[in-house]
Design a binder for this molecule. Structure first.
Ligand SMILES: [Zn+2]
Length: 175
């Protein structure tokens, strides 16, 4: 960040009084521009013992498989964002069940939240950000070609919970 979004003056970086972290501060208008982690929201769309995955048509991780997920937008809830991303990336209509995983990824300043979600039909089709969309049972999951560690962790929890017959909530960190 070089210039103030409020007044376009050059920004400085320093620790404001009473704060403990470096911030972008504007000496012209006095505003402090905080930068905070972004929330990525998505679904684990289920159909019996199978999960819907999308193969990415965009970077990063072009060609790798992922759960439908993306950056939360302003003015929506986490659940609305998860369902929206699932519709955009997989053309899939879902009914959310419950929040399932919350994984902090401080190395990229993100938190990933996935919901369990029931597919309402099998009319899914790839959106513009996906090459293909398909349902996978556990033994067919392309584990070596999963795009992100948060997705691998979430899928492992889902199949383990399903085998136990009891779904939990999984809060984790990827250091
Ligand atoms: Zn300013």
């Amino acid at each position: 960040m070089k210039f103030c979004p409020n007044c376009a003056a050059a920004l400085a970086q320093r620790v404001p009084p009473g704060d403990s972290a470096l911030r972008y501060v504007c000496d012209a208008c006095g505003s402090i521009h905080y930068q905070n982690p972004k929330l990525v929201v998505g679904c684990v769309p289920e159909w019996e013992d199978r999960i819907l995955l999308c193969r990415r048509a965009i970077e990063p991780r072009y060609g790798y498989w992922t759960l439908p997920a993306g950056f939360m937008e302003n003015a929506e809830t986490t659940g609305q964002g998860a369902a929206r991303e699932t519709l955009e990336e997989a053309g899939a209509h879902v009914e959310l069940i419950t929040a399932f995983s919350m994984i902090s990824v401080p190395s990229v300043n993100q938190v990933h939240v996935f919901y369990r979600a029931r597919l309402l039909d099998l009319e899914f089709k790839p959106g513009v950000e996906s090459l293909e969309v398909a349902l996978f049972e556990e033994t067919k999951i392309p584990w070596k070609d999963i795009a992100f560690r948060t997705v691998t962790l979430t899928l492992k929890h889902w199949f383990a919970d399903r085998a136990r017959g009891c779904y939990g909530f999984h809060a984790e960190d990827i250091k």
